[in-house]
Design a protein around this ligand. Structure first.
Ligand code: ATP
Ligand code: MG
Length: 448
């Protein structure tokens, strides 16, 4: 009998060959060739009739509440039946914990299955005992893809968690579990099973050093929803956000606190992250927007003299390019000389901000640290800093102002033209220089 032919295909250009190459001979990319299973070609393929959308009967499937309201929010209102969700996160961030809690809550009203490839049944039992309420969760310790798919087709649970997709392997492919080809094959097959057997499937995925889900990019295209679980292992706060969602808004955000009995949702994260100590130098409150959710975040800055030829600009939770730009604008347009100083910026609670609306607060924190004068008490700031030093309006100003008012702040420094209803005072500024004048309490400068 002839050995089943193995094909290697380039994930970038689609070139395929009978052997593996480190560099794709067609497009020249490195490391893009992956192994593919080759099936026997069907002899005759019959055409299928097409449908018009008007004839398609579709009822909005009722979502499955996960029992964790913060997780539901990120999913866009619960788990969609027969969908495929990918949850990525660093080792130890709490992926297994979160999903076991969700399974436990869902198992009270429907069948919930955990496929564990990473931990033994006994290990899961220990975690379940710690979390409580998971007695009805069904469990399968299996790493062979074919067995997992067959079990899902036969048992048809309403929800299934695969922990993790990198441990699954198909014996039809020769490569090792976790390799690009295996992960891609596993996701593609699970997608088919999820749709056909109506199983809402959640895949746990590992992430690479720079935070992307390990394995092929194609994994993120395949699934309906990609959730990123972030946070520092040494802090108890974790942030869950959607980076792709076919059934809801992306960039929704949920905050959890890791406790001895599992992850607990934090419904008012602004309370937690937006509090500053009055009169503290180098601290400012940003009102950043995460998806549709405004969030108050404390930004801290330290400006320290240095002898380094290239002073350091280090940001935790902020984009380094953005930080470098803000520092440059401050030097050039606001008269804050930072050429002989290291600048460190930190966002409270291990939260990461990608939104330009937080620029102004970052700038104010740095100016406060550089001048040794605190930001005025009970104010927040938002707005994008342009390269000319002019402030650009931030999106959804109204919602940000509402959040500031809700937390009992008195005023907000914002770009000129920002209007709001409430009783919050708006300190409008055309340029960053004006914003700094409005926001920094110069009368309380150190030694002055
Ligand atoms: N007894 C405990 N009390 C409090 N927290 C605990 C306890 N045991 C574990 N944890 C927390 O749970 C975290 C591990 O969670 P979990 O196993 O869900 O992570 P994970 O993301 O699934 O990791 P991996 O990628 O290794 O599977 C630990 O980092 C720790 O913070
Ligand atoms: Mg785990």
């Amino acid at each position: 009998m002839a050995k089943a032919a193995t094909q290697f295909a380039c994930t970038d250009c689609g070139y395929s060959a009978g052997r593996w190459f480190g560099k794709c001979p067609s497009c020249g990319e490195f490391g893009t060739l992956v192994e593919e299973a080759t099936g026997q070609a069907k002899s005759a393929t019959a055409a299928k009739p097409t449908l018009r959308l008007i004839d398609v009967k579709a009822e909005e499937a009722e979502r499955i509440p996960t029992g964790i309201s913060e997780l539901d929010r990120v999913l866009g209102g619960g788990l969609v039946p027969a969908s495929l969700v990918l949850v990525g996160g660093e080792p130890g961030v709490g992926k297994s914990t979160l999903l076991l809690s969700a399974l436990a809550a869902m198992s009270t009203s429907r069948r919930a299955l955990l496929v564990t490839g990473e931990e033994s049944v006994a290990q899961v039992k220990l975690r379940a005992a710690r979390l409580g309420g998971a007695e009805q969760v069904e469990i399968l310790a299996e790493t062979e893809l074919e067995t997992v798919c067959a079990t899902l087709e036969q048992e048809r649970p309403a929800v299934c968690v695969i922990d993790s997709v990198q441990t699954l392997y198909s014996s039809e492919l020769g490569s090792a579990p976790g390799s690009v080809g295996q992960v891609r094959e596993a996701a593609a097959r699970l997608l088919r099973v999820a749709k056909e057997a109506g199983v809402a499937t959640i895949l746990v995925g590992h992430v690479t050093k720079d935070g992307a889900v390990a394995g092929p990019r194609v994994l993120e295209h395949l699934v309906d929803c990609v959730l990123q679980f972030e946070g520092d292992r040494y802090h108890e706060h974790r942030v869950l956000r959607a980076s792709k969602n076919r059934f809801g808004s992306t960039n929704e955000l949920a905050v959890f606190e890791m406790t001895g009995t599992g992850l607990v949702g934090v419904p008012e994260p602004s309370e937690l992250f937006g509090r500053t100590v009055e009169g503290e130098i180098g601290a400012a409150v940003a009102c950043a927007l995460e998806g549709s959710r405004p969030l108050l975040l404390e930004i801290q800055a330290l400006v320290a003299p240095t002898d380094l030829a290239m002073p350091r600009r280090v940001g935790t939770g902020v984009d380094p390019k953005r930080l470098a730009m803000i520092v440059a604008v401050l030097s050039r347009h606001a008269g804050v000389a930072l050429g002989q100083a290291d600048v460190f910026v930190n966002v409270a609670g291990g939260v990461r901000i990608d939104e330009p609306g937080a620029d102004l607060a970052i700038g104010l924190a740095i100016v406060s640290a550089a001048k040794g004068a605190p930001v005025k008490p009970r104010i927040a700031a938002f707005g994008e800093i342009g390269l000319t030093g002019r402030l650009r309006p931030a999106t959804q100003a109204e919602r940000r102002l509402e959040e500031c008012a809700k937390l009992g702040l008195e005023a907000a420094v914002a770009p000129a033209g920002t209007t709001g209803r409430g009783k919050l005072r708006i300190l409008e500024a055309e340029t960053f220089r004006e914003a700094a004048k409005a926001g920094i309490d110069a009368t309380r400068a150190e030694g002055g």
